[in-house]
Design a protein around this ligand. Structure first.
Ligand code: NAP
Ligand code: MN
Length: 279
């Protein structure tokens, strides 16, 4: 079975849409064609879209997610990739016309939901900021000095991590940064949070698990920085910020999910094969 299909998925034709486009000539040209065709057929551009079309790369889908998910969490996303292969894109650069035609003639596309990871940053002064990631949240040292944190799982101490940082990845993020550091690939129908190490120090003095590990829904990871006054570098799906005074980062599989409009099948394992094994 491909990804999970929600029981209460809306079963009607979309009419309000938005485009998020990578700023390059080809993506802009294709996006313009899509925009004109949809507008001509009665679709309208709307601030609260039902359908968000990302034209570009996986990075463009991440951008689309962060731009529209907070405003319209029920919006459905669909991607057209203008590079080689996109994990978040069902359509390729030369399939734009086919994609337009399919969007226009499909009464109600299949909706699949992907899990997200929530990370709540708690600061010394009591502030709390919650970040949702579609790929991953990365916490790491800002400088070349060691990132030292205590890691707890479900209220029990697990390990003291010393190294560059940790990646808190979603299942769909398992083919991104997490994959580059040796994490496992997870099918996005598995609601899980994968934790991976960035250059952990392991010797007679210091010890970490040394492997990625995967938490199911409802399990909670707590990260307590040893030096909360220091600055850390945080990356949420490629958006970077510095955080100072962080006393705890609590991460778990989010209650929310993101929706994708599947106008046609493109099984996850086929994408994996094409991307990592060649066609
Ligand atoms: P980017 O530098 O263009 O992204 C790096 C590469 O990751 C690109 O080839 C991108 O594809 C690809 N990618 C993004 N999400 C993916 C996914 N879910 N599965 C497979 N490949 C994926 O920066 P970006 O486009 O803004 O993307 C941000 C993401 O880059 C981060 O969330 C992180 O996962 C990833 N990243 C990876 C590394 C690493 O592997 N060492 C380092 C930093 C960041 P497109 O070209 O289609 O965008
Ligand atoms: Mn990119």
């Amino acid at each position: 079975m491909e990804e999970q299909e929600p029981k209460n998925a809306p079963r009607r034709r979309f009419s309000r849409f938005q485009l998020v486009v990578r700023p390059d000539e080809e993506s802009e040209r294709i996006a313009e064609r899509i925009r004109e065709a949809l507008l001509r057929s009665g679709f309208e551009l709307a601030e609260a879209p039902e359908l968000v079309i990302a034209v570009g790369g996986d990075g463009t889908m991440l951008e689309a997610f962060h731009r529209y998910y907070p405003k319209v969490p029920e919006a459905a996303f669909v991607g057209l990739h203008t590079g080689t292969l996109g994990f978040y894109a069902d359509w390729k650069r030369y399939e734009a016309d086919w994609m337009i035609e399919t969007i226009l003639k499909t009464e109600a596309p299949r909706i699949v939901e992907y899990p997200l990871v929530a990370a709540i940053f708690e600061y010394k002064d009591g502030r709390r900021h919650r970040h949702l990631a579609l790929n991953e949240t990365i916490v790491r040292s800002k400088t070349l000095s060691t990132f030292v944190v205590d890691v707890w799982i479900n209220g029990d101490r697990f390990e003291t991590f010393r190294g560059d940082g940790l990646i808190l990845s979603t299942p769909s993020g398992s083919t991104a940064y997490s994959h580059s550091v040796g994490g496992s690939i997870l099918h996005p129908s598995i609601a899980a949070l994968q934790v991976s190490e960035l250059a952990a120090i392991n010797n007679v003095e210091y010890r970490t698990l040394g492997r990625s590990f995967i938490l199911p829904r409802h399990h909670v990871l707590d990260i307590y920085p040893m030096h909360p006054d220091g600055e850390m570098l945080v990356g949420v799906d490629g958006n970077v910020f510095y955080a100072q005074g962080v006393v705890r980062i609590q991460a778990h599989v989010a209650e929310e999910k993101v929706r994708f409009a599947r106008y046609r099948d493109f099984p996850f394992w086929q994408r994996v094969r094409m991307k990592f094994l060649g066609d």
